[in-house]
Design a protein around this ligand. Structure first.
Ligand code: ADP
Length: 472
């Protein structure tokens, strides 16, 4: 059974029960008050007649006698009066009874003998009559009975009509309640229908961009729709991230294969060359061996870089400890000088940084600085200069690598930190395109930021800012 049908049935049942209870109350109340009205009327008329009746006590030779008023004076077209003596013999009756008498049962006559008035029912012709029996007393003895009657059929007919009307109206209302309930349930459940249709459509078309359309108020269903739409937002973002990471993974594998293929092809080519000509041409052999050595070195560097990134992807977090800045910069400087190859290289550590500390993994921070310095050397033509500058600000420690090299096109700035990205200008220079991706990961591990400022043809400045070290 659908919720819609259940709601409609519940609604109709409640309305039906309310209507039936209401009808019963109206009917009972009305029939009771109409009967009461008739009873009061009958009693009122009886009292009027009684006041005018005189009972003459029997004498020695005289029988008991009723001196009756003209009962017609008290009769109305619809009110019948009849007086009988203690034996049930008719003494007087209203003229609207014509040839009929109000039938008198033994039980009624018997009951009247206890001197108390009472109501009863009787049939006259095909009419049901309400009768008020009023015993006539003389010296505390019941000497006769006054009966005042009114037909009840009119009231009964009205009540029957009312009953039919109530049945009919109740039926109509229940039908209307059912129809309205069915319609209301449909309107109330439409968002649920929309939710299920959207969910089905999402499942069929695998389209996480769809949302449930809802224009209604922010009630329970409104909130449900909002929650589901928010959930779809999150799912869409998560799915996009998953797709992006899948794509990145795919590109990474493709790039790695490509990057490894080139040196391997060179190595194989050189081995081939040595096999064919190495014995006769020692110079060619030496050259080929050098090539093999440099390609092997490039491969091992590439593999080491990929290892760092694979660790990063696996969620490796670096253990940080307070490190003396000056010592770290001196060590990096010594290694960097070896790479300068004829370029002017300067290191400057601001005076106020001499005693500074940073929270770091020293090996990785050295690697980070060396990546930037190495790039600066690689992409700076001779003559040119590279500077390693260290400043300390109230916010933290700033390490800058400044060069007078080829610079980076503004359109490429956003991409240089992506894995395997290399600009066209940098193609002639050796590199894997992984250096800055590793640098970015190391900086993130230290809550440090990396910013690039570069002008093509003029040079670049990479700035890493480490947060200030606050000893506990
Ligand atoms: P690689 O240097 O191995 O190509 P990186 O990830 O270190 O890879 O750098 C990515 C790209 O960013 C380089 O190919 C180069 O185009 C650009 N780049 C990085 N540093 C500099 C720099 N100091 N000057 C000019 N271009 C740079």
């Amino acid at each position: 059974m659908t919720i819609r049908l259940k709601l409609t049935l519940w609604y109709s049942t409640v309305v039906s029960l309310t209507l039936i209870a209401f009808s019963i109350i109206i009917y009972t109340f009305l029939s009771y008050s109409l009967a009461q009205e008739i009873d009061r009327d009958l009693a009122g008329r009886a009292v009027g007649v009684i006041r005018s009746i005189k009972v003459v006590e029997p004498g020695l030779l005289k029988p008991q006698k009723f001196v009756l008023p003209d009962v017609d004076v008290f009769g109305y077209p619809n009110t019948y009066l009849q007086v009988v003596d203690i034996n049930g013999n008719l003494v007087a009756k209203s003229s609207n009874l014509f040839n009929d008498n109000l039938p008198l049962s033994r039980a009624t006559l018997h009951q009247s003998k206890n001197g108390k008035s009472f109501y009863g029912w009787l049939e006259l012709g095909n009419q049901r009559m309400r009768i008020y029996n009023y015993p006539l007393l003389a010296e505390n003895r019941v000497v006769g009975l006054l009966q005042v009657g009114q037909p009840f059929s009119g009231v009964q007919a009205a009540l029957t009509r009312l009953r039919w009307l109530l049945w009919f109206m109740s039926g109509l209302m229940i039908l209307a309640a059912g129809t309205i309930g069915w319609w209301l349930a449909r309107a109330a459940l439409r968002p649920v229908e929309d939710i299920s249709q959207t969910a089905t459509s999402i499942r069929h078309h695998l389209d996480l961009q769809q949302r449930i359309a809802y224009q209604g108020p922010k009630d329970e269903l409104g909130r449900l729709v909002e929650t589901l739409n928010n959930m779809l937002d999150s799912l869409e973002i998560a799915y996009q991230k998953l797709a992006e990471s899948h794509e990145a993974q795919r590109r990474f594998v493709a790039d790695v294969s490509h990057e490894l293929k080139t040196p391997l092809t060179t190595i194989r080519g050189n081995i081939d060359l040595i096999r064919r000509m190495g014995d006769q041409h020692p110079a060619i052999r030496q050259e080929a061996m050098d090539d093999i050595a440099s390609e092997a070195e490039r491969m091992s560097r590439l593999v080491l870089d990929m290892l760092v990134l694979a660790r990063a992807d696996a969620g490796l977090t670096l253990p940080l400890k307070p490190v003396a800045l000056e010592k770290l910069v001196q060590q990096v400087g010594r290694q960097a000088k070896l790479l300068a190859q004829g370029l002017d290289f300067k290191i400057s550590l601001a005076e106020d940084c001499r005693a500074s500390m940073i929270l770091a993994d020293p090996d990785y921070v050295k690697q980070l600085i060396l990546i930037l310095v190495d790039n600066a050397f690689k992409y700076t033509m001779r003559p040119g200069s590279v500077e390693l500058l260290v400043h300390c600000t109230p916010d933290g420690v700033q390490i800058q690598v400044k060069d007078t090299g080829i610079g980076i096109e503004p359109s490429e700035l956003a991409q240089i930190f992506s894995r395997f990205y290399r600009s066209d200008q940098s193609r002639p220079v050796g590199g894997s395109g992984l250096g800055l991706a590793i640098a970015k990961w190391i900086a993130e591990q230290h809550q440090a930021t990396i910013l690039v400022n570069s002008r093509p043809g003029e040079g670049s400045t990479f700035t890493i800012t480490f947060p200030k070290y606050l000893p506990n």
